[in-house]
Write a protein that binds this ligand. Sequence first.
Ligand code: FES
Ligand SMILES: [Fe+2]
Length: 391
Amino acid sequence: MTAQLDHCTPLGPELTRRGLDLALAGTTDVAPSTMRVPLSYYSDDKLTDIEQSTILRRTPIAVLASVQISNVHDYVVRQVMEDSLLITRDRDGRAHVFLNYCRHRGAMPACGAGNARRFTCPYHAWVYDNTGKLKGVPGKAGFDDVDLDSYGLVELPTEERHGWIWAVLTTGAQMDLDAHLGPMNMELAQWNYGAFQYHDEKMLNSEVNWKGALEAFAEGYHFPFVHGKSVIGQNTIANTHVYDEFGRHHRIGFPFKWITDLDGTEAGGDMWEPSAQMGLIYWIYPNLILANSPVGVEVIDILPDGAAGKCTVRHSWMARYPATTDEQREMYDGIFAQVHAAVRDEDFAMLPQCSQGARRGQHDHMVLGRNEIGVQHMVRVLADALGISLA
Ligand code: FES
Ligand SMILES: [Fe+2]
C-alpha cells in the first residue's frame, strides 16, 4: 500500500499518473491507521438534532443547481429537511432563497417549479414578487395598522457560485463561501457546472443514517460485492482510491479498468484527462456528493429525515455536453436510469442493514480500514464539528 500524499494533485495528467501507478501496482492510497467509530455515531437520535442545529443549519449547502433556474423569473420549490424553500431568479438574474411560508398565517405561496414573477398564497391570496416583496393584500383595510412593506418573504443568506445556489438555512446567519469552500473553491471552478445541462431528479427515502449513506460514496472497497453486476463494478478497479483532501472536503479518483492502456504512453492530451480514466467523486461538506463520469455528473444530496436511522436522498444527473438531439437526450436518459438503479437497488438496498447493525448491534464500535481513507476523513471532520472525540 502507498503512503497517503500530504498535498492535493490538481486536475490534470499528474492525477491520472497517480491512478495509473496505483492500478499497475494493485494498491491504493491509505490512511496512516485504522479508525474506530462508536455505534452511537450512527444511531443516536439526539445527535441528529445537534447535527441539524450545529452543522446543517449553519453551513452553506448547495440547495439547487443554477441551471435549474437558468432564465429570469424561473423558480423551484423544494423541501430541504423540514423546510419548504422557494428559490427564484429575479429580473436582474439574481438568485434568492426564501422560506416558502406566507407572512400572514403561514401557508405556502409557491409550489412546484416554473416561470413566474409573482406568487399568490392559496389561503387569502397575499401576493409576493420573486424578490420576496409583498405586493398585494386583499381587504387591505383589515391590516391598516400594519406596515405591510415589512411583511415580505423571509430570505435566507444566499450566494451563487460554481453553478450552484448555496444557502444557509438560518436567517441572519453568516454566508462565507470562501471560508466554507477553502481550497475546494478553485477545484470546483474548473468543472464549470453552470454550463452543464440539468437532466433529471429522483428522490428516495432510506432507513439509514445520513452520514452512513454518504460514506457509501467514499470508498470503492464495496464495488465488486455490491456493484458486481452493474457498470460501477464492471468499469472500476476495486479498492483503489486516488485520494486528496481539500480542507473539510475531499476528492477520490476511482480508476477505470482501461486506465492501464495508458501504460507506456506519453502523458498529455484527452486520454490523460483524469475524468476519462477515473470516476472522480467529491464530498462537499457536509451533505453533497458530486460523482463525475466522462459524460456527466451525478448530484447526490443526503440529509437526515427526522431520526438517526432515516435519510432523504436526492439524486440527479447533469450532462457535461448538453443534448442537442432527441437521440442524445434518450442516451442520457439511459445513463441516468442505469446509475440511479445502481444507487437505489445496490447501495440503498445494502445500507439499511448497516443502520440496523448500528442500532441493534451489541458490539460497541465499527472499524474503518486504512483503505477506507475517505470514510475516515468524513467521520473525522463531522465528529470534530460535533465535538465528539474518537478514541
Ligand atoms: S396564509 Fe397566506 S394569505 Fe393568509
Ligand atoms: Fe456504492
